[in-house]
Design a protein around this ligand. Sequence first.
Ligand code: HEM
Ligand SMILES: *[C@@H]1O[C@H](CO)[C@@H](O)[C@H](O)[C@H]1NC(C)=O
Ligand SMILES: *[C@@H]1O[C@H](CO)[C@@H](O)[C@H](O)[C@H]1NC(C)=O
Ligand SMILES: *[C@@H]1O[C@H](CO)[C@@H](O)[C@H](O)[C@H]1NC(C)=O
Length: 321
Amino acid sequence: MASLPFSSSLLFFFSAAFLGSHSVSHAQLTTNFYSTSCPLALTSIQAVVTAAVLVDPRMGASLVRLHFHDCFVNGCDASVLLDASPSIATEKTAAPNNNSLRGFEVIDTIKTSLELLCPGVVSCADILAVAARDSVVVLGGPTWSVFLGRRDSLTANQNGANTDLPAPFFSLTQLNASFAKKQLSFRDMVALSGAHTFGRARCAFFRDHLSESNIDPAFAATLRPTCSNSSADDNNLANLDVSTPNAFDSAYYTNLLNRRGLLHSDQELFNGGAADAIVRTYSTNPSSFFTDFANAMIKMGNISPLTGTSGQIRRNCRTVN
Ligand code: HEM
Ligand SMILES: *[C@@H]1O[C@H](CO)[C@@H](O)[C@H](O)[C@H]1NC(C)=O
Ligand SMILES: *[C@@H]1O[C@H](CO)[C@@H](O)[C@H](O)[C@H]1NC(C)=O
Ligand SMILES: *[C@@H]1O[C@H](CO)[C@@H](O)[C@H](O)[C@H]1NC(C)=O
């Protein structure tokens, strides 16, 4: 035991120096952020995500959406995870999120295991970024190295969740503006929308699109039984990707070519505008979609992170310490 402090600090020195020289950095975030402070962090997150998706394939989609809704509101700072309290106006009940966001229990399970493994080290914001990547991978999509080192916010922004998240009734111009506001390009917007290759949406969000002119009538007819004009149907679910609902693939874009987008905003990407060419490319060349999606996820994950001594590492993702 006497030699352990020496050898372990030597090991720490060499591994830190080795990994440091091979780290890739993106703004202030790095891919090897936890390699010495919590070397098993990524493996543990992956294990929980894989198990959760095995039980419920939709969970992969829900976890990807959580990261998106985190990043677009005050940056990727886990603000979306904070529960309501006297000092927190939670984002969870904002219009795009209320009765809609899922996966909070999976994030709790991950956090609990990481607090046992490396107390106070891994941020909730980073857990969201890694869980999103792992969800895409386990359902057949591309992989990428996740940039890490985000810290967790002390506040939430309910108003921001109502104003900064794109809405399903948006036009192509409005969709572009909403992503441009987050420094994401038109192409990033088209690629990130490909996350609608899995997951579900509620009737209230696609009902009006069923009566529009740019939808395949046969496709619309299959949806009307679950989404009539009665508000009793508001919460009925349909697959965002009608052809391969639980797989991360490029079928979303092929559906758009066939006017089988579920949301008005989906079909805006193939409706005679500037996105048409990109949709065609992604449909015929899935690997170009995978490459662009992975790069756009890294860009989205880099929106205004808290780093250094800003924010905190929450012990419980639902509350500030
Ligand atoms: C382009 C603008 C976007 C709009 C207008 C939009 C809108 C929506 C809406 C209305 C739903 C259904 C919510 C419900 O019925 O409760 C949904 C679901 C979903 N969205 Fe988006 N979204 C957009 C972009 C994105 C992006 C960038 C991502 C991720 C990178 C994403 C990932 C998802 C996923 C995976 C689901 C299904 C979630 C589940 O089944 O739990 N969306 N989106
Ligand atoms: C959220 O949904 C619940 C019903 O599930 C509703 O009672 C509540 O008013 C909604 N909150 C907001 C802020 O719309
Ligand atoms: C998207 O918005 C950006 C920023 O306003 C603008 O420069 C660009 O031309 C827009 N792209 C399209 C295709 O509308
Ligand atoms: C539902 O309402 C829309 C718009 O108000 C209308 O065009 C459509 O025909 C209605 N559909 C049914 C099945 O009643």
